[in-house]
Design a protein around this ligand. Structure first.
Ligand code: HEC
Length: 156
């Protein structure tokens, strides 16, 4: 009789512990912040990725700087249209909406430092695979030209 009581006690303890485990994991899930729907649990937010290269911080104006965008359009038409169409996929992706997918720093680093980006940056590595190994070309823009192209991308 005594050992039965001990066993029952042990059993109750077991269930109590199992119950607690369940509760605490639910609580942890409830307290975690809601994630944007595009985000997979173990993938970092792409907009947090600034890429690898000379650009660490870009400030975009509240409105588009039309003169800078026009300068960027000229650079883009001369240096980029061999592989990019503004609004359709071509040899490379269409830049339309790129500012919604990538941080401004990432975009400029991709323009200025593509060789290292496609080797080391997780997003650029994936893009290279998506585009069957054809790499983004370094067109040797100056930082100012790359910044102007970025402004032009805001107008697409
Ligand atoms: C020789 C072809 C080629 C040229 C020229 C080229 N690109 Fe690219 N670009 C690509 C390819 C291919 C990709 C996607 C695959 C990769 O990243 O390797 C890409 C990717 C990009 C991306 C990333 C787009 C995204 O959706 O994340 C940006 C931004 C970009 N290019 C901008 C430019 C700009 C600006 C120029 C001109 C200064 C330029 N590219 C010139 C081929 C090119």
């Amino acid at each position: 009789m005594k050992s039965f009581a001990v066993n029952l006690f042990a059993l109750l303890l077991f269930f109590a512990a199992a119950g607690c485990g369940g509760d605490s994991s639910t609580a942890a899930n409830d307290s975690s912040k809601p994630k944007p729907k595009s985000m997979v649990a173990d993938e970092p937010d792409p907009m947090e990725n600034k890429g690898i290269g000379p650009i660490t911080s870009v400030t975009l104006g509240a409105t588009v700087d039309a003169a800078m965008a026009e300068e960027g359009r000229k650079v883009y038409e001369k240096m980029c249209t061999a592989c990019h169409k503004p609004t359709e996929k071509f040899i490379g992706p269409a830049p339309i909406g790129v500012l919604d997918r990538r941080s401004p720093e990432w975009i400029m680093n991709m323009i200025l430092n593509p060789e290292q980006m496609v080797k080391e940056d997780p997003i650029a590595k994936k893009l290279l695979m998506e585009f069957n190994g054809s790499p983004m070309a370094n067109q040797h823009l100056t930082e100012q030209e790359a910044r102007a192209v970025l402004e032009y991308f805001r107008t697409l």
